[in-house]
Design a protein around this ligand. Structure first.
Ligand SMILES: *Cc1c(COP(=O)(O)O)cnc(C)c1O
Length: 495
């Protein structure tokens, strides 16, 4: 299986090269040339397997230049060793006919762990396989969750260093503490005097800066990315769609072969795109519902065919979905048209004009698979309260957006397929807004008081990783201006 760039189909690489590079040099994203096809027998073969075994079988379909043994080691390192707080890894919890896929049982309590526990394993294996001479330096700009999950995943992985930049004022107290207390011999965390866009633009500038790239190469380093533009981050996410399906068959909620729906709280379009890949491979999926918060650029796109990022940016209580450029939509569009020239035109329009439009035929092809809904702030809080009142179950604001979108879709479309809502963060990462939703007074209380407060309502234990932050020593106190990020990298690498 080869991977091609969405902007030049002649730019063809192996899985390990795609994972090492992170992004194609022509500015495009790597996609699989074809989708491996599965049948009912394959699904049956997964049915009684552990999550790890399911992962190994699915990964093998895509990682054709990795040996079965290599895949097995990668998966065991990622999802074994009690790194997740449940043996199921990604369990489904069901209430009557509502099903919620909990993706936040990993070490940082965010769904990013599902991919960022495995990506470092795949990358270090790829470095060994390709006999790469240079080490990799992963640069991450984070608005909170990705930074910690990437630090945890790459911590002490051979031949890789990781540098995370976070906006000084732009992350929650818990998220900042998670990052500045990170241990590991190959990790660096730096605060940026600016917002997330400053951090992200700074990282992109460095990726495109020939002088610094040449200097790094001469000193034995190459840059790469841990964001969902990297194929190695998308691939692990395909697994839980299959796993959820098998679990529902095992609980007799569906019959083998029956089509189901998934609703996905969406930002960069990585998570839901993995669901599309699962469907293209042959998993019985009817619809994928894309749930957005007030930054509803995708809802508008699915309704009109026009993607328009020229709009007000809202800071919401579901911050991991506060995004106006959903990078992975580029991959979906490529699969819809199979035309790299067309992709160059659209992406160029997006960059220069801030907008592009797909024609009616393409839009119909997309909406045959995808539906979209969005939710405002007030209704997000109300949904948290409603779900708690109805089921005594606490959800975080991102999950609430999806929960409501799933209901709205069902009511509107009269589609009674079994529906799975993807739950992307532990409510303990968003204590104050969740407590506010439950009508609990939060003012004047610190994060750890709020954690204990939420425990009174939430049956789940407080994740060990969050409890351990109380009193943990600060290891990273570096801070720099956005213009000085390159210097900060050189200083850390001592070059
Ligand atoms: C990253 C994230 C999302 C969005 O996922 P995408 O793959 O970017 O669409 C949703 N919820 C949470 C909690 C996240 O961290």
């Amino acid at each position: 299986m080869k991977y091609i760039s969405t902007r030049n189909i002649n730019n063809k690489v192996s899985a390990s090269e795609a994972i090492i590079k992170g992004m194609a040099s022509d500015g495009g994203l790597f996609v699989p040339e074809t989708f491996p096809q599965i049948d009912k027998e394959f699904l049956i073969s997964l049915q009684h397997c552990s999550y790890q075994e399911r992962a190994k079988k699915i990964l093998a379909l895509y990682l054709s230049d990795y040996s079965a043994e290599e895949i097995s080691t990668c998966v065991d390192n990622a999802y074994g060793h009690n790194k997740f707080d449940t043996a199921a890894i990604a369990p489904i919890v069901s209430f009557n006919d509502e099903h919620c896929l909990e993706l936040w049982h990993g070490p940082t309590s965010a769904f990013k762990d599902m991919a960022l526990q495995l990506l470092p394993q795949l990358m270090s294996t790829a470095l060994k396989k390709t006999k790469a001479e240079n080490d990799i330096v992963i640069l991450v700009a984070t608005s909170g969750d990705t930074g910690k999950a990437a630090l945890e995943g790459f911590c002490d992985v051979d031949n890789i260093k990781i540098i995370v930049f976070y906006p000084q004022e732009g992350v929650s107290d818990i998220q900042r503490r998670q990052m500045i207390t990170q241990k590991g011999r190959n990790v660096e965390v730096i605060a940026i005097e600016g917002n997330f866009d400053d951090a992200q633009s700074g990282v992109k500038r460095i990726f495109n800066d020939n002088a610094i790239n040449e200097l790094l190469t001469s000193k034995g380093y190459n840059l790469s990315s841990a964001n969902s533009i990297n194929w190695g981050r998308l691939l692990p996410q395909i697994v839980y769609y299959f796993s959820a399906y098998c679990d529902l068959v095992n609980t007799n909620d569906i019959e083998m072969g029956q089509k189901i729906n998934f609703t996905v709280p969406t930002g960069n379009f990585g998570d839901i795109l993995a669901g599309f890949y699962a469907k293209e491979m042959g998993l019985p999926v009817n619809k994928l519902i894309c749930a957005s918060n007030s930054n509803n650029v995708l809802t508008d796109f699915f309704a009109t065919g026009t993607y328009d990022k020229k709009r007000e940016f809202f800071k919401t209580i579901s911050p991991s979905m506060d995004i106006l450029i959903s990078s992975n939509l580029e991959r979906l569009l490529f699969h819809m048209v199979n035309d790299d020239k067309q992709l160059n035109t659209w992406m160029n329009d997006l960059q220069t004009k801030g907008t592009y439009t797909v024609n009616k035929e393409i839009l119909e092809k997309i909406t045959a698979v995808f539906a979209a809904q969005w939710l405002n702030e007030e209704d997000t809080l109300t949904t948290i309260k409603d779900v708690y009142d109805k089921y005594n179950y606490v959800i975080d604001p991102h999950t609430a957006v999806a929960w409501h979108a799933a209901q709205a879709y069902k009511n509107l479309q009269n589609d009674d397929s079994c529906m799975v809502v993807l739950s992307t963060a532990s409510p303990y990462k968003f204590n104050d807004n969740v407590l506010k939703a439950l009508n609990i007074e939060v003012s004047g209380k610190d994060e750890f008081t709020l954690l204990a407060e939420l425990k009174k309502y939430n049956k789940q234990n407080i994740p060990a990783g969050l409890t351990a932050l109380n009193g943990a020593a600060t290891i990273h106190s570096g801070i720099c201006q956005p213009e000085k990020m390159a210097q900060a990298i050189k200083k850390y690498l001592k070059i």
